[in-house]
Design a protein. Sequence first.
Length: 110
Amino acid sequence: MKEGGRGNSSRLVNIITRLLVIAQIALTAALLIATTLEIRSIRNQLKLDYGYDEDAIYSARMALMEGAYTEDGRRDFFKRTVRELRTNPQFDSAALTDRFRMTFAGGGSV
């Protein structure tokens, strides 16, 4: 009578079912914690003080086509670009970087 009262399931099936429920709850909790930490990290990055007035800066991402320039040609192109921007009276200064706001380029974009 005890085994057949609520369905015909053995003790092993009950243990496995409980373990699966516990594993599901643990996985859900881990995902919620990871998501919360990721959101906090993104919010902290948006509030970083970069040491300059972000509203007074023009920025652009540039990349040269692969194979179109040699390494020296690429370097000369960017040097010439910075030199021409610095001589433009509309800009106080000009610079190039491969990092912008926590975005790290793997050598492609400048």
